[in-house]
Design a protein around this ligand. Structure first.
Ligand code: SF4
Ligand code: SF4
Length: 303
């Protein structure tokens, strides 16, 4: 949107200078290859280098981990990319009293990952200081709460929005290129922000089925817009998948199969195509279906 072309997989190779004056930069074409740990290496493709003319060059480079200040005879082992050798759960290094987290642990990631590392390393440090086994971790806490307020009322909107992602409008380049202090992204207007929020797919809200309450009226099966609920006699999974209202083709997605109902049928739900719209729960006369918000909390030191 700022009309700046971005060329991927083209690291700079050399400045091209003639008569003592910069003409531009030569870039090498490479492709990314990943090893078994997901680490990226750039391999030259063999295509001709690309010359880009330039009056001026601004260098903006990525950063690397550098631990020249850690003496190598301390007992902290370093592996590939000069990263410390760590336990992936406890973040403990090969020197038991030293823990790493964030970019220093496994290389550049985002800030959310760094905060999660901090939590886990803090759990380890706490246990270590108490003389306890750092590998002994408490399980995370999980919580399911109903989203139903009244009989036809939910705490979330269950309309499916087909809108594409709204783009944040930008200030014109005639202003931003003149003054680097001008904010480029103008943000959403109140109306745009509302529409963008309404695109939420409510992935944290799950359908929960209580077979004891179901009277097998099949109303939920009838109302589901994606035909992902089927009441059917149970069977071997591969064969059962073919007998659903909409055959469950994604074998990586487990089926949700209830306990046996009064008529000996079971409720089978294909989670792969559920829109989390809540219509099944809204239609169900006995509240056998409920939409429940799922909250997952990783263990903190104080728990
Ligand atoms: S939440 Fe919507 S899509 Fe999912 S099972 Fe219920 S009615 Fe079907
Ligand atoms: S609408 Fe409710 S009671 Fe009727 S079949 Fe579905 S889950 Fe059972």
């Amino acid at each position: 949107a700022e009309e700046i072309p971005i060329f991927n997989n083209m690291p700079p190779k050399q400045y091209v200078i003639s008569d003592g004056k910069l003409n531009g930069v030569l870039f090498e074409k490479v492709r990314a290859e990943y090893d078994e740990n997901g680490r990226r290496s750039l391999i030259p493709t063999g295509e001709p280098d690309v010359f880009i003319q330039a009056d001026d060059v601004i260098i903006a480079i990525g950063q690397d981990n550098a631990f020249p200040w850690i003496e190598r005879d301390l007992g902290i082992e370093f592996g590939k990319w000069d990263l410390p050798t760590l336990d992936k759960t406890t973040f403990q290094s090969t020197l038991p009293k030293v823990f790493f987290g964030g970019d220093a642990a496994f290389g550049p990631e985002n800030v959310i990952t760094a905060v999660a590392h901090g939590h886990q390393a803090a759990v380890s440090i706490h246990r270590f200081c108490q003389g306890e086994d750092v590998n002994d971790r408490l399980p995370p806490t999980t919580n399911l709460t109903s989203q139903k307020m009244g009989i036809h009322e939910w705490t979330y909107d269950n309309n499916i929005a087909h809108d594409l992602r709204y783009r944040v409008s930008h200030e014109s380049t005639s202003k931003t290129l003149k003054n680097r202090l001008v904010e480029v992204e103008l943000g959403f207007t109140q109306g745009e922000g509302f529409k963008e929020a309404m695109r939420c797919l409510n992935c944290d809200v799950q359908t929960v089925f209580d077979h004891n309450l179901c009277i097998e009226c099949d109303a939920c099966m009838d109302v589901c817009p994606t035909d992902c609920i089927t009441f059917v006699l149970n069977g071997e999974e591969t064969e059962l998948r073919t007998r659903l209202l909409a055959p469950a083709l994604n074998l990586e997605q487990d089926l949700y199969v209830s306990d046996e109902l009064q008529t000996k049928r079971v409720m089978v739900k294909d989670e792969d195509v559920c829109l989390h719209c809540g219509l099944c729960s809204e239609r169900c006369p006995t509240a056998a279906w409920d939409m429940k918000k799922y909250l997952y909390n990783v263990t903190k030191v104080y728990q």
